[in-house]
Design a binder for this molecule. Sequence first.
Ligand code: FES
Ligand SMILES: [Fe+2]
Length: 477
Amino acid sequence: MNEMTATDLNPLEPERDDRCPGITYTDMLNLDTRRPRDFLFEESNLDLGDAPIDTARYTSEAFAQAERDRLWPNVWQFAAREEDLPEPGDNFVYDINDRSYVLIRQQDGSIRAFHNVCLHRGRKLRTQSGWASNLRCPFHGFTWNNDGSLKEIPCNWDFQHLADRDMALPELKVERWQGFVMVTENHALPPLREWIGPAIEHYEAWRLDECHTLAWIGRMIPANWKATAEAFMEAWHTIVTHPQILPFTADANTRYDLYGDHLNRAITPSGALSPHLPGKDQMYVIDKLAEFLGGDSRGRRSEMSTDDLMGFAPDDPLLARKVLAEANRRAFAAASGYDYSDASDSEMLDNFTYNLFPNFAPWGGFVPNIVYRWRPGPDPDHCLMEVRILMRTPKGKTAPKAAPMHLIPDDQPFASASHLIGAALAGVFDQDMENLPYVQQGMKASANGRLELGHYQESRIRHFHRTLDKYLSGALP
Ligand code: FES
Ligand SMILES: [Fe+2]
């Protein structure tokens, strides 16, 4: 076998001094066995400068309060998946900060969302998701229909003064996209389609609405929600934090794209050698990825067969990508009944980590998709990090109802949820967790109160803060 590395290729793209030298992601797309979609080629950068970021944004209670006041009520939030509440009468509680919402599946299949608060003396109406024919407050029994209209007030003779008042439950605006149920308190917000712009087109073929929640875990992290989210906005910490994935993760070749205010993405090539590991051949890439996944059927990819090289030339510089993509095409088709024969190698392999501002990251592509969400904790030093794994529902079958979130106890590692998300992925998260508490502590201990960002590889973090500032200053929505 020839020892060929990515850097042996003649770059098809001109070298740029603000990118990792060697093969670019665009080169890989050009060498794909299928023509990838145009929007994968398109680069979208914004020059956002290089000013430091103030650590108080992560540590100050006043800043967290400003977010509660100005940000959260004014954004589209991922509240639930369709399969969390599949049947009429199913309700689903979504709490964030000090707010509580209840989503209810209606008789006609639509979903409505209400503030989950009794209009009598303020008890939360539902403390758990479930099924009910109406919403009856457990305190004195004020009852609302599932469409939010008032049904009954016990001892009505004592509440005759409410007869002329609007006693319907205050409602949220709801939109559904790709199986995600999105809500906002702000009824004047632009429609979701407008808000997330190009994501609408990008996800069209990936059809996450044809997927279901295979697993859903959460863990309270002793770090600010933004610091935690930002640990998933760049791939370049792989070199030190996740060295075991370098043999099949082209970390430094990651593409970072910024769109408008609410969308950005990183695409990290998989099945390709990290530029930090020169001198390894393509079989090394294949073997290491197979070993990493190790028949872990709950991981991101199914078991693969690499017995033969599937007809590709052994000296093909992107042999591993081609073999692994083809293995995925076969495995996913067998598992789901869908046809992937036209899908690009890129969409069968790569990590499409899209972020929808502020706290929602549904991965794209055809691999079993990871979905992240980060919710602020009770103080700026904590957050709830959630991970869902979406799996394509076999063609013609109905998605199973999602199991509730498995909350990992504070003293347990992600590895304790290996049976749900796979040992390989859990191991990666536990490596991230070895940084995050110390990131939070370090920011509080900082002498200069500043963070410095890489110009390109950390551009999504800067983009995120630019948008956050727009909300806090009132420039948005
Ligand atoms: S607080 Fe709900 S009925 Fe009294
Ligand atoms: Fe990481």
